[in-house]
Design a protein around this ligand. Structure first.
Ligand SMILES: Cc1cc2nc3c(=O)[nH]c(=O)nc-3n(C[C@H](O)[C@H](O)[C@H](O)COP(=O)(O)OP(=O)(O)OC[C@H]3O[C@@H](n4cnc5c(N)ncnc54)[C@H](O)[C@@H]3O)c2cc1C
Ligand code: SF4
Length: 326
């Protein structure tokens, strides 16, 4: 690991200025991803800004504001997985948090770090491969091993987005709260991540000095149901091969509005727009579930080893919607 300065800001304003003072500095929350990247010298910051040194209670708490729930960026994943309010009102998020990695990683890892973690592409994580995302000039997955890469939204880089929470938050249509110095902004999570065609080296719209301070989830209607289904290779702990987050706003047994978000299929958490729209007025039976699944992936373009993800995602959506409406 290369030497670096270790900085401990007392508030987010100070953190922003440390992150934008011309040094190559990285924010650190739980450090479970950043330190890994630093040990393998894929990330070599001159300074690490430890956000956990900030005591602001808003960053460390889950607050019910009546019309919305705010979750601070430093809240550990284990707390999101165990929170009763979230279990009742945002089941999909609580289930997604419970599915992340192992108990140790959920205790150390935070909401902000989970949303901003770097990709898991094996070529990206291997210092032998100087690929596009590390400033090189080619993508090794194109002619290489690509069974865990994306099937839609890719090119010229073909990563999949790794965060379980981001997929659940997309199904909840949550907002990401961002701070730089004294300025705050809030943007829909659907606009927080960028496709490789727009930026091959960064996964989010964050600019130097900006940090995620939390997320805001608007209150659901009384009869909203939601669920997260994750398919992984190792059942003990693993990243999603494909994951599905569904929310259904019901009224008297009928769906008023629904959202289907997918993980493991695209470089960003992926909203299935057409399938989500067709949930309005949806009645579940085998024929309607089949046509819902078939409306997914209008522009899928699988790579040489990963076409299996398309039927896998379709079946997980069918299963999740069927269970929610059953
Ligand atoms: C073995 C293993 C298995 C895993 N399995 C899963 C899984 O199944 N599902 C899943 O979702 N994740 C999984 N992960 C990833 C894990 O969840 C992340 O490492 C963790 O959530 C990151 O949180 P952190 O607080 O430790 O982030 P850090 O390591 O501190 O930071 C991660 C990145 O985010 C940036 N960052 C941190 N906080 C902020 C902020 N507030 N604003 C802006 N940028 C910020 C950092 O600069 C860094 O680039 C796994 C990790 C490991 C090692
Ligand atoms: S998919 Fe992206 S991160 Fe992986 S090798 Fe290709 S360019 Fe690099």
């Amino acid at each position: 690991m290369k030497n670096f300065s270790y900085l401990q800001p007392k508030d987010l304003r100070e953190a922003s200025s440390m992150l934008s003072n011309g040094m190559n500095a990285s924010a650190m929350s739980g450090g479970t991803d950043l330190l890994d990247l630093m040990k393998s010298e894929i990330s070599t910051p001159e300074a690490v800004v430890n956000l956990k040194s900030i005591r602001d209670p808003k960053l460390h708490s889950i607050e019910d504001h009546g019309g919305s729930i705010n979750i601070g960026s430093l809240v550990p994943l284990s707390e999101i997985a165990d929170n009763r309010l979230l279990k009742e009102q945002c089941t999909v998020l609580q289930q997604a948090a419970a599915e992340v990695a192992s108990p140790q990683l959920r205790n150390m890892g935070t909401l902000g770090g989970n949303l901003c973690q770097r990709p898991r592409c094996w070529y990206y994580r291997d210092d032998e491969f100087d690929c596009l995302r590390k400033g090189g000039d080619s993508c090794f997955a194109v002619d290489g091993r690509n069974r865990y890469h994306c099937v839609t939204g890719g090119g010229p880089c073909f990563i999949v987005h790794p965060s379980d929470l981001a997929v659940a938050l997309l199904a909840l249509d949550a907002n990401v709260l961002i701070q730089k110095g004294k300025k705050n902004r809030s943007i829909p999570i659907a606009e927080f991540y960028v496709l490789p065609k727009d930026d091959t080296e960064n996964e989010t719209i964050l600019k130097p000095g900006e940090v995620v301070s939390g997320v805001e989830i608007l209150a659901a209607t009384a009869d909203t149901r939601s669920a997260y289904t994750k398919f992984k290779v190792r059942q003990s702990w693993d990243f999603a091969v494909v994951s599905v987050a569904v929310t259904l706003e019901m009224s008297g047994g009928t769906v008023n509005r629904g959202r289907i978000a997918l993980g493991g299929v695209a470089p960003v958490p992926w909203l299935e727009k057409q399938a989500s729209n067709s949930l309005t007025g949806f009645h579940a039976n085998e024929a309607t579930l089949k046509s819902l699944a078939e409306s997914m992936f209008p522009n899928a373009n699988p790579m040489s080893e990963n076409a299996y993800k398309v039927p896998l995602a379709r079946n997980l959506v069918k299963r999740t919607v069927r269970e929610l409406m059953g």
